[in-house]
Write a protein that binds this ligand. Structure first.
Ligand SMILES: Cc1cc2nc3c(=O)[nH]c(=O)nc-3n(C[C@H](O)[C@H](O)[C@H](O)COP(=O)(O)OP(=O)(O)OC[C@H]3O[C@@H](n4cnc5c(N)ncnc54)[C@H](O)[C@@H]3O)c2cc1C
Ligand SMILES: NC(=O)c1ccc[n+]([C@@H]2O[C@H](COP(=O)([O-])OP(=O)(O)OC[C@H]3O[C@@H](n4cnc5c(N)ncnc54)[C@H](OP(=O)(O)O)[C@@H]3O)[C@@H](O)[C@H]2O)c1
Length: 610
């Protein structure tokens, strides 16, 4: 028996009841207050209308409106509406496609939401006992499941990483800790009523073409119930693979590693630093995991050494004047430069203007061979002070490892070490897919728009969240899911195989010039450019020229301001009426948690509630 994730079952969002009023039978719709409707009220916008609500809204003009969310209507209209709703419900049931979503991380859950938005029936399999993937903190580490530290803070600010129909509450902090990120997700998933589609403790073990695949494009999915070991199979109209790719640790391999008598581990299983108290610790790598590990362990260790082959550009979360760095950098007018100026020049400009004034990379001897825009941004706010205090000492690559320590390249002596922590990144694998589905050729991962295997006969299998974004990953996962739902629904079509292969080759060749070599180089994307690319396919990219003549204030925000995801809900399929206001009020929500007014307001709130 599959385990439905009932713990998070949400209450119905609205209640329909009949009442007698002034001799007339009337229908009252009461909307349950939730985070978004609260937000909508606050900014006085009428947002997130479902189709049936929209119809009621149209009739509202002749009806007596009690308040924003409660309305009363006369009997004939009600009967008419009920008839219409019944008809559309029947039609919906007839054409609903069943799509299997593998993985209930933020990409998988966004997929569930977007499939529902397109009127499909998602069935989401999650091998752990809760949805959330990376952002569901757990003490234990599980094979093939991403893992965070108790202290992990998200790398992008709340407005930049927001879902397109769901601005984070103003009370939330700008760089959320993992538990706050999770809270945000729960609200978003509840809004789309996603939980009832999730089956937890269900490990997808194989995805194969169904017998009638050639005609229908359907897939056979085999799932193992991890509670009962029961295996079940079913056929689905489509598959969305959303299993993440930062979950299979890659260990560094150095001569003599097997001789080392101390502890060797990967950051994937680093959950606390107590065990390193008083120790000498070597950390290998200089990604975000390495810097987090170095900063944390150095609070208790005797000495921490940070070993890097290449160096890195290190960005802080706090940008100019204390604004979140991504809020300052991810703007159209800045990325526009990349269209006209060589990428290296733009990189150098950004390094000089935003990075070096905080932390001169040359002076700290950490400047890498590659430019800032050619790798993932490495984000850490504390490493500078750790290097200045000597709690962390920067070293070069490892030459070899001995029983009791490490010899770094360029040193002619051993550096003693009690523990080695590999922060050497992750490999990717989709073990349940046949090998002929995701093809790799000359280091090129063959996926159209980093999503679709181009050689499949039907566009019924898609991978989302399999990107390395220079910017926030969550809105990218969402727009990919939106595009996939659009294709599944038949409203859009993929181009020809030839056109897709050409696009893959073009991306690969461009990436080979732009980014440092890496086994995931093909799936690197720039945030605004990639969002625009998918948005254009969906027909939801804002038309800036038109806005310049019709709504210059909005144009101003979109061109000079932070490139928030709400802009992709201004027009096209599933546009959202709250999008413009969400864009115009972005800064208010950013400032709110920083301002003293909050304290005053909260005090007043408490006073009225005691
Ligand atoms: C320490 C750390 C910090 C990070 N920080 C950031 C950040 O600041 N900003 C950012 O944008 N990204 C960050 N990331 C990347 C992170 O992976 C993404 O934010 C995002 O969570 C990816 O979501 P996802 O749903 O694609 O994958 P995941 O979050 O990895 O979720 C995948 C889900 O699929 C499930 N699953 C896997 N295989 C199967 C199977 N066979 N059957 C059923 N279920 C399966 C897993 O259990 C998991 O729940 C970080 C990653 C790590 C490890
Ligand atoms: N929000 C957060 O606070 C947070 C925290 C941790 C991670 N993350 C995210 O999680 C993802 C993974 O980050 P990560 O730091 O674990 O991995 P990563 O970004 O892939 O970095 C791996 C590091 O290890 C180095 N490396 C790899 N193999 C090596 C070898 N054999 N010898 C020496 N060095 C080696 C790499 O150097 P080269 O590049 O030179 O190969 C690189 O510096 C990223 O997207 C990151 O943003 C976020």
């Amino acid at each position: 028996m599959s385990l439905l994730y009932s713990g998070y079952f949400t209450k119905r969002k609205y209640r329909v009841k009949s009442t007698k009023k002034d001799g007339n039978k009337s229908l009252v719709i009461e909307r349950k207050e939730n985070m978004r409707s609260k937000w909508c009220k606050e900014y006085n916008v009428n947002c997130d209308l479902k189709p049936e609500e929209q119809k009621y809204q149209e009739i509202k003009r002749e009806s007596k409106v009690k308040d924003n969310w409660t309305m009363t209507m006369k009997t004939e209209e009600v009967l008419e509406m009920e008839e219409e709703l019944k008809k559309s419900k029947n039609n919906t049931i007839k054409r609903k496609k069943r799509i299997a979503v593998i993985g209930a991380g933020c990409s998988g859950m966004a997929a569930v939401a977007m499939l529902k938005e397109e009127g499909m029936e998602p069935v989401c399999f999650e091998k752990t006992d809760k949805p959330g993937g990376t952002w569901c903190y757990r003490e234990e580490t599980i094979e093939g499941v991403a893992s965070i530290m108790p202290t992990t803070i998200i790398n992008h600010s709340k407005e930049m990483g927001a879902y397109s129909t769901f601005p984070p509450p103003k009370e939330f902090n700008n760089y959320m800790r993992h538990n706050e990120v999770y809270e945000y997700f729960i609200e978003y998933w509840s809004q789309y009523d996603c939980f009832r589609h999730v089956r937890v403790n269900m490990d997808v073990i194989s995805v194969k073409r169904a017998k009638d695949y050639d005609e229908t494009g359907r897939w056979n999915i085999t799932v193992k119930n991890l509670m009962t070991n029961e295996i079940s199979r079913d056929v689905y109209d489509g598959v969305m693979v959303c299993v993440g790719h930062i979950n299979r640790p890659k260990m560094g391999n150095f001569p003599g590693l097997e001789k080392f008598k101390g502890k060797i581990m990967h950051t994937h299983s680093l959950k606390g630093v107590d065990e390193f108290k008083g120790q000498k610790v070597v950390i290998v790598g200089i990604g975000c995991s390495a810097l987090d590990a170095a900063v944390e362990t150095s609070c208790v260790a005797k000495q921490v050494y940070l070993s890097t082959k290449t160096g890195a550009h290190i960005m802080t979360r706090v940008g100019p004047r204390g604004y979140p760095m991504d809020y300052v950098l991810l703007r159209r007018y800045l990325t526009g430069f990349l269209d006209y100026w060589p990428r290296d020049w733009c990189s150098e400009f950004l390094e000089k203007k935003y990075l070096d004034p905080k932390f001169d990379h040359k002076m700290y001897n950490i400047r890498p061979q590659y430019h800032m825009l050619s790798k993932d941004p490495i984000i850490n706010d504390h490493i500078g002070s750790k290097l200045l205090s000597g709690s962390v000492i920067l070293k070069g690559d490892i030459s070899y490892i001995t029983e009791t320590g490490v010899v770094f390249k360029g040193d002619n002596h051993e550096t003693e070490a009690d523990s080695i922590i590999m922060a050497t990144g992750y490999t990717w694998k989709f073990p349940f897919l046949d090998e002929d589905i995701i093809l790799q050729e000359d280091g090129r991962i063959k996926l159209y728009k980093c999503m679709y295997p181009p050689h499949l006969k039907h566009s019924t299998l898609v991978i989302t969240g399999f990107v390395l974004v220079w910017g926030p990953g969550l809105p990218v996962g969402e727009i990919q899911a939106r595009y996939a739902a659009h294709i599944f629904s038949g409203k859009g079509r993929l181009p020809s195989v030839k056109a897709m292969e050409k696009d893959i080759e073009r991306r690969h060749n461009r990436n080979a010039k732009w980014y440092a070599p890496n086994d995931k180089m093909t799936i690197r994307v720039d945030y605004i450019q990639y969002m625009d690319e998918i948005a254009s396919l969906l027909g939801v990219k804002p038309n800036l020229l038109k806005l310049f003549f019709t709504d210059v204030r909005l144009f101003w925000k979109l061109y000079w301001g932070p490139s928030v995801s709400y802009q992709y809900r201004l027009k096209g399929p599933h546009k959202w009426r709250g999008a413009r206001d969400a864009i115009m009020t972005t800064e208010n929500r950013l400032l709110y948690p920083l301002q003293l007014d909050r304290v005053k307001e909260d005090k007043e709130h408490n006073r009225t509630h005691t």
